[in-house]
Design a protein around this ligand. Structure first.
Ligand code: IYR
Length: 227
């Protein structure tokens, strides 16, 4: 009744595994969040392929609780910018506690969000909190979704990796609160905005914060049998 199919899996030599793993690490460690974009156009197929990559992510019960709205329309980008700046202006001028502003300082962020209009594409990721099944009597039944945040987080990681691999710059922007995105983009009530990702080429000569990642020793530990 439930069918299973053979796994497509290629077992590689260890040398080839190491080569690929090193190459991928060297690619990914060069990804940096960029806050200044070039208005240069980006081929739509690059965006589509990255979203299809994200859509291949694992998810709780394979419910795929995500929706990606791709915005290239100037007027919609402008509306999103103004709504985001309105929220962020409040955040930076009193709504964020000092403790939060202190950890943000090295990133050089403020309420200005020009990139929302300049980047050729905005990808707005929505999480689908529950499914809606139409009933024959015209009513609706809610379908519970499992591990929504984990699933959408994984898909976003794959999306950022795919866009970086495609030679594009991204910014993980989290205007707060982001309810305005549901209104502007006309998404249904069972979906909530999760992440707003401007995508494009970096502006000429753009600089990024001089910050580093934790070392392997700081982020991992190994429990290994001593033999
Ligand atoms: N969402 C705000 C503030 C902000 C918060 C964190 I945590 C960051 O890593 C960066 C920014 C904004 O986008 O300005």
């Amino acid at each position: 009744m439930y069918s299973f199919i053979p796994l497509e899996f290629e077992r590689r030599s260890v040398e080839s595994q190491l080569q690929r793993a090193r190459d991928f690490f060297n690619l990914m460690r060069r990804r940096r969040t960029v806050r200044e974009f070039s208005p240069d156009p980006v081929p739509f197929e690059l965006i589509e392929l990255a979203i299809r990559t994200a859509g291949s992510a694992p998810s709780g019960a394979n419910q795929q609780p995500w929706h990606f709205t791709i915005v290239s329309d100037r007027e919609i980008k402008r509306r999103i910018r103004f709504a985001a700046e309105e929220e962020e202006r409040e955040n930076y001028s009193g709504r964020f506690p000092d403790e939060w502003l202190e950890v943000l300082a090295p990133l050089g962020t403020d309420w200005h969000k020009d990139f929302l209009e300049i980047a050729p594409y905005l990808i707005v990721v929505f999480k689908i909190d529950y499914g809606i099944e139409k009933q024959p009597d015209g009513g609706e039944r809610r379908i519970k979704h499992y591990y929504v945040n984990e699933s959408v987080g994984i898909a976003c990681g794959m999306l950022l990796a795919a866009l970086h691999n495609a030679g594009l710059a991204t910014l993980t922007h989290t205007p707060n609160p982001m309810g305005f995105l549901s209104e502007i983009l006309e998404r249904p009530k069972n979906e909530k905005p999760f992440l707003l990702i401007p995508v494009g080429y970096p502006a000429e000569g753009v600089k990024v914060p001089d910050i580093t990642k934790k070392t392997f020793g700081e982020i991992a530990d190994l429990k290994s049998k001593v033999v």
